[in-house]
Design a protein around this ligand. Structure first.
Ligand code: SF4
Ligand code: SF4
Ligand code: SF4
Length: 248
């Protein structure tokens, strides 16, 4: 049986999710036994133009990105958003809430006018996305499970419940039960990371995006009850989820 051809592409991002894939080591070699990787800039200089599965990392943030990602979509049977930049625009969307000219000047200086830059968008704003691997960066085990499912023609499993479920299963003391509580987006964020941040004493910043049907009213009630300021709430929300409707 012919192996499915897989390609990786990057748009605006830090390429940390592809680096996560690369750091799989032996497990990546196992995966390469069952698929043909024809495009993976961080691993090989070969550039194949014939592929069935495209893993796409990064946000759309230039007008050229739009044409390029449409071309990828035309060639691929399956497109997978890899990481929060591709999934929800992630940290790239922070700039959307500021004056765009000022943002460009801050980055490019006086030559800012010469650079092509548009508001950051998740890739599904431009193309149909078949599957998502959430996170910033993605989780190694989840990538392997999703890649194996897709290459075997099976729908991958991504949890529908919140980070709080995993946090409770780990026996962590909730930040909202501690003195001086901070914002934690665990109640409305999609699980799958094993509550990585609350398990080491940090708050969940929502890098995996929101669950499909978040109870925003109850969540906002908890923040209010603990005296979290509107500014703190919005700062957390816009870290990754600024483009996702919900928290006001
Ligand atoms: S999701 Fe995070 S780790 Fe992945 S490319 Fe974007 S910024 Fe980097
Ligand atoms: S610390 Fe955060 S993730 Fe853990 S239970 Fe509390 S709100 Fe949920
Ligand atoms: S706890 Fe929240 S911010 Fe941390 S990895 Fe999980 S989803 Fe991302």
């Amino acid at each position: 049986m012919e192996k499915p051809k897989v390609a990786f592409f990057e748009f605006t991002c830090c390429e940390g999710c592809q680096l996560t894939v690369l750091s799989l080591g032996d497990k990546l070699l196992d995966l390469f036994e069952s698929v043909d990787v024809v495009n993976f800039r961080e691993a090989s200089s070969y550039r194949g133009q014939d592929y069935e599965i495209a893993f796409i990392e990064g946000s759309i943030s230039t007008s050229k990105d739009i044409d390029r990602i449409r071309e990828i979509r035309k060639k691929a049977k399956i497109c997978v958003a890899l990481g929060s930049c591709a999934h929800i625009a992630g940290v790239n969307a922070i700039k959307n809430f500021h004056n765009q000219l000022e943002v460009k000047k801050r980055v490019y200086g006086e030559k800012a006018w010469a650079f092509d830059s548009i508001l950051a968008q998740p890739i599904d704003a431009v193309i149909k996305v078949d599957y998502v691997i959430p996170g910033c960066p993605i989780d190694k085990k989840e990538f392997l499970c999703v890649a194996a499912s897709i290459s075997n023609g099976v729908r991958p499993f991504i949890p529908e419940y919140s980070v709080c479920v995993e946090c409770k299963m780990k026996g962590n003391v909730c930040v909202y039960h501690k003195p001086n509580p901070i914002v934690c987006m665990g109640p409305i964020t999609r699980a799958g990371c094993g509550a990585a941040c609350p398990s080491v004493g940090n708050a969940c910043e929502g890098c995996r995006g929101l669950v499909s049907d978040p109870n925003l009213e109850a969540y906002e009630g908890v923040l209010e009850e603990h005296g979290i300021s509107a500014d703190d709430k919005m700062r957390f929300y816009r870290m990754y989820n600024g483009l996702v409707g919900g928290v006001k």
